[in-house]
Write a protein that binds this ligand. Sequence first.
Ligand SMILES: Cc1cc2nc3c(=O)[nH]c(=O)nc-3n(C[C@H](O)[C@H](O)[C@H](O)COP(=O)(O)OP(=O)(O)OC[C@H]3O[C@@H](n4cnc5c(N)ncnc54)[C@H](O)[C@@H]3O)c2cc1C
Length: 422
Amino acid sequence: MPHFPSSARWRVSPATTMAQMTIKTDILVVGGGLVGASLALALGDTRWKIALAEARADMRTDTRTAASTQAFGASDDDWDLRMYAISPASRSFLENLGVWQRLDAQRVAPIHAMRVRGDAGSSLDFSAHDSGVAALAWIVESGALMRALWAALERQPGLEILCPASPQALDICKDAARLRLADGRDVEARLVIGADGARSFVRNAAGIVASETPYGQSGVVANFACGRPHRSVASQWFRDDGVLAWLPLPGDRMSMVWSTPDAEALLALPDDAFCARVAAAGEHALGELRLITRPAAFPLVALKSTRIVSQRIALVGDAAHVVHPLAGQGVNLGFGDAEALSVVLRDALDGADPGAHLLLRRYERSRAEDILAMQWATDGLARLFGSRAPGAKRIRNWGLNLVNRLPLVKNALVSHAVAAPR
Ligand SMILES: Cc1cc2nc3c(=O)[nH]c(=O)nc-3n(C[C@H](O)[C@H](O)[C@H](O)COP(=O)(O)OP(=O)(O)OC[C@H]3O[C@@H](n4cnc5c(N)ncnc54)[C@H](O)[C@@H]3O)c2cc1C
């Protein structure tokens, strides 16, 4: 039986009397966002007893009413504000979990080609056909993916879902970790997984140091009906005023992410002026634009953790790393963590301790290269294209043109992108 030292973080609150109750489990996943939910599902067929603690009560009902969903306009234009570009590797992970099959195929759009434009006439073009893959990625609504994951979670035998659950304190000792919830319940687990996003309670309580660097930009997101068909082509412009991405949605619609320092001024524009500004920034490639969701902005930061494991703790998803959205890879990297950790735990010997240092180190090592490569690439591109230094413009545009002329390098980039996050 583990011995828990008394700690200054333990508080006796009125709620404590309500539930002097300890839930015992092998593995506790804290955070039921896209990454935490996928991990809890992936651990479903292991011999471990799993619990999932999620703070938001509305996850259990219909995530369509959640903050990520903001319907705007007519009912056939009732689209989520937030969209994700899901890589082929993430898609097959979600297929193996039986989640991808739950999505409405009519609301998922493939990306068959991608055009990247530099800020001095350079260009880089990728195509799924040239690279021998079915699609470079698929655009999926955030709320639809979340609902599909939670519908599968609710059907998972043996999974204990604690929702809403608000962690107050975490004590870690040699044999187990104990999480105290605001309602007075304790959850004792041999492994606690922090899947609780960029402001991770688990990461902070475990004393894992993370550095956060703001980019001085926000990601302005909005969805549009377009005057011209996109032909399943995604476009990205590296501009003086940030990185603009247009991602194809089903029908003649597209989803925009504009990472820019001028988010406030953009959002202050009346709808018509906003649409005209976005259309002009994208060289009117899709004709006239009409908003179908209310635009919103998300401040962009880079977050790097010194470790993604510590005693009885593992981190996944944004709790472990936050990258710039210019490559649309944040959640893909998180799904890669979830898949890798589930594989390490599934492959553990019978009778193994899921929080054993050796297993956690194996997980950390398996993720080190992908995480570093993604941080390096997204950070490097964001800074190179954000630089006003003399000569920077020439170098970055020369780099884009050079890669475009080297089919082998291009194919290698695509294979890495479609295979990531494995
Ligand atoms: C503008 C923008 C565009 C993006 N576009 C893309 C894209 O196209 N493709 C892509 O791959 N990525 C994209 N990303 C990145 C992506 O949004 C994140 O990487 C992803 O959402 C992280 O998922 P997560 O589950 O790790 O964390 P979160 O989504 O933050 O989920 C954390 C969960 O934990 C819960 N929680 C928090 N604290 C606690 C607590 N103390 N106790 C219990 N539960 C808690 C929360 O309620 C939430 O459900 C984009 C990001 C931005 C800002």
